[in-house]
Design a protein around this ligand. Structure first.
Ligand code: FAD
Length: 495
């Protein structure tokens, strides 16, 4: 039986990920009546923590981009009045790439990074300088409507590999430059659009890599507090089941518990495939829109091991970076096929040592909080029986420990706790199709003007979050919620 509430809102937001929280915070700051409905018992989506005993683990965040002056995350937090309320630690060295036989520390500062590359590849100085200029120019051009059009046209088909080939950069150098493509985006350079790569790369190298003092949860906490202080609500354990639509106009939602909420705008910050299934009379929506949503290809998923070491990692192994990318070889264009074949022994690992960026991260100087992330496909974890799933998790954890042991002898005996999350875990907690960690796959066919628009054919219904145009990652999700709400508020002010 439905339980109608007598409350009517300006904005109902489905899902309390960062995109939804930012959209809600901005609306509430502008005097709008907002409610965010979250199915989980925690708010924040991926931007939250969980406890195992006394140890607290960040679910997802390794490195937050865009916090330097002029970066999107910085501007959003400033506009919301939250920049100075949150404390961030900067990663001056973004990561250390460790290959068999050589390793390289990647400075955040573009100039330092370029110089250290030129020191190793002196014969390729010209190509390297050109590469850095090219990616920075793409970012610069995107800020100007006219120049952006020309740039988008010029690079619409150009992949990262095309740029490497054009500049004749040696394979070892490509392996270093492609790190974000292989490790973060889960793409091969020959399938990643140079424009998409340039955005991720400049987000970190121009606008910095950071980690919040109170873990990613502190960002969600600050946004939620702001909404509540402004009279809004963030309701957990409130799964939305139906988006109410009459004459192609959204007017509210109904939750699993049967509560009905009314609003002039409904914003979906969840997987759009699920949202579409919730829309009343979705079959009457234009076929083109339905096909678009139903056929979006989800991004990669991930395995992430959460570990506690009973030693100080930096002191024990001299490993001072907070991010370490561990490679088995210098191959750059095998990510896709290796993921398809489930070759976990060959795919690179992304290790995050949290105490190396936030001293006393888990309130104990004698321990280290580590995560080991590896991108993978959902299909490799689907359709397993309970016992097969458990056995596979055990095998992967052992494989990770063996790979760590090779690099850091004796580390196995120092593991006080470890647990593995899989694509099934991601899907269970967030509902994202195929356990996608970045929303829509960043392939050519889904990028730029071909990505999912934030408006829909249903009046008053909008999409936000990683699956939509302004993208994935913490920065992308926040920007997506922020830019959508800016547009809606501006449209409202003109009525
Ligand atoms: C292991 C891992 C590591 C990552 N590392 C980084 C990193 O270092 N840097 C970076 O920038 N990004 C990283 N990301 C990506 C980043 O976390 C996401 O892209 C971003 O947080 C997505 O935010 P969002 O607002 O789109 O949605 P989400 O955070 O996915 O939130 C969606 C919310 O909607 C809720 N929901 C779903 N269905 C319903 C329903 N029917 N009713 C109500 N609520 C519902 C879900 O419970 C969830 O809370 C990582 C992700 C993972 C998984």
């Amino acid at each position: 039986m439905s339980k109608t509430t007598d409350q009517t809102y300006d904005y109902i937001i489905i899902g309390s990920g960062l995109s939804g929280l930012v959209a809600g915070a901005l609306a509430s700051q502008n005097g709008k009546k907002v409610i965010i409905l979250e199915k989980h018992f925690l708010y924040g989506g991926f931007a939250t923590s969980f406890f195992r005993g006394k140890w607290e683990f960040d679910v997802s965040l390794h490195c937050l981009s865009g916090l330097n002056e002029g970066g999107a995350t910085d501007s959003i937090l400033k506009d919301l009045g939250l920049r100075t309320k949150l404390e961030f630690f900067e990663a001056k060295t973004l990561y250390r790439a460790v290959f068999p036989g050589f390793s390289f520390s990647v400075k955040s500062d573009c100039g330092d990074y370029l110089q250290s590359l030129c020191d190793i590849f002196p014969d390729d100085r010209e190509g390297l300088c050109e590469f850095f200029e090219m990616v920075k120019q793409i970012r610069e051009d995107s800020k100007d409507t006219h120049r952006a059009k020309t740039m988008l046209f010029r690079y619409r088909e150009v992949t990262l590999q095309d740029a490497f080939d054009q500049l004749r950069l040696p394979q070892k150098c490509q392996a270093l430059l492609a790190a974000y493509c292989n490790i973060y985006m889960g793409l091969d350079p020959d399938e990643a659009l140079l424009i998409n790569f340039a955005f991720v790369w400049t987000d970190y190298h121009l606008y910095g890599g950071y980690y919040p003092a109170g873990k990613s949860k502190s960002i969600s906490d600050a946004l939620r507090a702001m909404i509540v202080e402004n009279g809004g609500q963030v309701e957990t354990n409130s799964e939305v089941r139906t988006i109410l639509v009459d004459h192609q106009r959204a007017y509210g939602v109904q939750t699993k518990k049967g509560h009905i909420f009314y609003a002039r705008h409904v914003i979906s910050g969840i997987c759009p495939k699920n949202a579409l299934e919730m829309v009343q009379n979705a079959e009457s929506l234009p076929m083109r829109f339905r096909n678009k949503v139903e056929n979006i290809k989800p991004s990669v998923s991930a395995l992430q091991a959460y570990l506690i070491l009973n030693v100080n990692f930096a002191l024990e192994y001299g490993e001072e970076c907070h991010e370490i990318f561990l490679y088995e070889d210098e191959e750059t264009n095998l990510t896709k096929s290796r993921m398809a074949k489930g070759e976990y022994d060959k795919l690179p690992l992304c290790i995050t040592a949290y105490e190396n960026i936030v001293p006393g991260y888990n309130r104990d100087d004698q321990i280290t909080t580590l995560t080991v992330m590896q991108l993978c496909h959902f299909e490799d974890w689907d359709d397993l029986s309970e016992s097969e799933y458990r056995a596979k998790k055990e095998t992967i954890l052992n494989l990770y420990l063996d790979r760590l042991e090779k690099r850091y002898p004796g580390i196995r005996s120092k593991v006080a706790f470890c647990e593995l999350a899989t694509p099934k875990t991601v899907q269970r907690y967030t509902g994202h199709a195929k356990g996608a960690i970045y929303g829509a796959a960043q392939m050519k066919e889904q990028s730029l003007h071909l990505s999912l628009s934030q408006s829909t054919p249903v009046d008053g219904l909008f999409f936000t979050g990683a699956w939509t145009r302004s993208g994935s990652g913490y920065g992308g999700a926040m920007l997506s919620g922020y830019s959508l709400m800016k547009q809606l508020l501006s449209a409202e002010s003109m009525i």
